[in-house]
Design a protein around this ligand. Sequence first.
Ligand SMILES: [Zn+2]
Ligand SMILES: [Zn+2]
Ligand SMILES: [Zn+2]
Length: 926
Amino acid sequence: MSDNTDYKNTLNLPQSSFPMKAELPKKEPLLLKAWQENGLHSLLRRSSQERQKYILHDGPPYANGDIHIGHALNKTLKDIIVKYKTMRGFDSAYVPGWDCHGLPIEHALFKELKIHKSQISQVEFRKKAYKYAMGFVDRQREQFKRLGIFGDWENPYLTLTPDYEASILESFLKLLEEGYIYDDLKPVNWCFKCETALAEAEVEYEDHVSPSVFVKFKLEENKLFPGEAFLLVWTTTPWTLIANVAVAVHPELTYSYVKTGKGNLIIASVLLPAVMAQAGIDKYEVMKEMKGCLLEGLIYAHPLILRKARVVLADYVSKDEGTGLVHTAPGHGNEDYLTGLKYKLEIIMPVDNRGNFDKSAGEFSGMNVYDANKPILEKLASIGALLFDFRIQHSYPHCWRCKTPIIFRATKQWFLNLDHQDLRRKLIAAIEKDVTWVPASGEARIKAMVELRPHWCLSRQRYWGVPIPSLVCKKCGKEFFSREVVRSFTEYVKKEGTDCWFTRQIQDFISGDSVECPVCKAKEFSKGVDILDVWFDSGVSHQAVLKKRKELKFPADLYLEGSDQHRGWFQSSLIPSVCIEGKAPFKTVLTHGFVVDGVGRKMSKSMGNVISPQDIIKDYGADILRLWVSSSDYNEDIRISKEILTRLSEAYRKIRNTAKFILSNLYDFHPDKNKVGEESFRKIDRWILARLIKMVEDAGDSYEKFQFHKAYKVIYDFCNEDLSMYYLDMVKGRLYTYAADSAQRRAAQSVLYEVLNALVRITAPLLVFTADEIWQNMPRRDFEKSISSVHLLSWPSLGKLLSPEVASAESQLKEIIALIPEAAKLLEEMRSKGLIGSSFDAKIKLLTNNEERYKFLSSLKSDLCEVFKVSQVEICREGQADIAVTASKAEGVKCVRCWNYSSGVGSAKEHPLICVNCFKAIGGKS
Ligand SMILES: [Zn+2]
Ligand SMILES: [Zn+2]
Ligand SMILES: [Zn+2]
């Protein structure tokens, strides 16, 4: 051998078929296919049996479109937890679900069909809705699977299957039997031309001209306002005055008692000048002023002498328009209705389906409400109650279909009574005692909502969903429940689904003449037409799924949804659970924020800033999407943009390349045959093992606390710093130039194997595809040969590696590792002066006058060359106690094989260009 090139063949250069380029969009589908073919999910399920359960219960998305980035975030977070818990030895079955009923689907389908409710029969529409929902279940299922999410995808829970629908009805019956269900009036958007209630989504706002009227309501005698006093009330819907039962004032607003030529008026002080000007009153005198809260409870006479009514307080009273006194008719408006609930006001509803006044409206009966405006104003004027009026143009809700201005009209609805059997207090107790809220602020949030929420309105006037099986007396119109009918309907539903409510005759649900009207005792009925609120469907999933499926359990360990579900699913699940089970359905509730664009704006089509998971998967791969989820602090709103994804791709490459480097240096390593004992380890090997053990512990802690961004960070930092910056760089020489089977090289390989074996496992819940790809390329112990996927492995147990020497290595080397940047700086200076090329051209001196340090450094001598990547390290007993570093050119001659300088180069005659170590390494080879 005469020159260095010939020694290349004697080096143990890295080799691996693990590609540097990830090509995730191409490779991930192949892995998915392999998992499918190997039956990975059933293998996982089988190996988990008999273990302690950890159940994350899935909140069902609506089956009405492709998944968006929010779905991807939510399902990935769930999957990380399920995979982590499985690795930790739990039986963690994940049963995904879909919400298949409800307005979102009904609305989307009507839009697609381009028809209205009146143009299709309910049964026909329901058939289409079923197909529509199932179509999107299939679509979303494939999209979720593509994200690498494991679950019982072939057997999910769907709220439209007969067994699920029967569970809904069984839960409803339990609530009915316990007395939680009652009916009452509630105002809804109503089109009297179409004769139907309208959902918010079916209402369009258009300009409309309305009367603007200022009416005097005469107060009864009282001490506050001596003499004849009037509340001055403003409204743009005079016809609703018929149903007036209260006047609302703002508790904090100041009101004036004003003497005018048209009577003594009470009016908000800030609005007084404007109203007086409009009314043409230039002479008036403020007699006194007081806070609105003092007016509460004053009694007045309805201007048309229909009833006595009173003053109530409400925060929504405007100080910008009107008079500061709001006419209140709970049958005709939502705010009025809520005030009515608070003050137990009567809901007067004198308007029928077609928008006409009924008999209770006296002289106005039979008139359409809009036609009645004029005669009502005339009447008010004739009795001196009308101060003045004019006409205004404003934005007003119209029916989306017939374009008629709608009215608010109280209709009968079914409610769940939150105050029955002390339910509200029990809910609060369950929130406080049964549940851990993550983040902790969730507790106060949901508690405040439950304290304030009105009773749960369970009925909807819809086509698609579970029918509320009430009976309507044909004789007196009473609507009521017969438990017998609910039960027999439920039995039919188990076989036929809920469509049977519409396709079967009512007699099918009643045996003989066993049911009679509770009011008039008549025995002829029609079927109720209301649909159960879709939130009830998903709200009883603990009954339909957790309690019914043997792989699950009640209560669940975890519910995990967006923080908007404090208002939604967490509440709709908690309420029936506390009613039926007496406790919460979840032990822990975890919430996440929402996805926004790179600068924090909400994503919307019109802004053009929507990023879909499908696009990310196509351009970057699902693992990059998962890395984005893992690396995000989801307590806040989470940003996503091309720049963020590009940055994450770089982080991904760092982790991937770390794995690739390790794999390519294990090509000739068999963990059963080539692993060496700790006695062969150098200090730096022990150091990296100590770092590994700590990193795995930290990552485990972070997973336990659901802080995946911290788990990701410790993993990333370990790859980027401990491995790439230090250890891997240091051991290259040992791996490449020592004899392949030497104890020193095998020591480095043994350590690398332990590192990768742990890294691949703790990364698996985050990077599901890449971790498995690494595992496929790893040397394995014989008993692991048959393990087809990383996801079948358990969490690494590194306790056996933690010897006293390993435990102390980190603190021992800390000081030396900290010197590396300083040494590198010295070498860089030499390099820039042209004194050295590679760091092996240099020698380092470590100086200390501290005896203990001197002894320790001396004991490490040969290791130190590896740590600093230089040819020589000299330890000097001089200088300060703290270690100082100096650098100079290495002594001796450079070995062409390992680049180290020594005096021994050329001592072997037949190999004049290499050092003693290298000569040993190639011993017998050449
Ligand atoms: Zn209409
Ligand atoms: Zn009756
Ligand atoms: Zn050498």
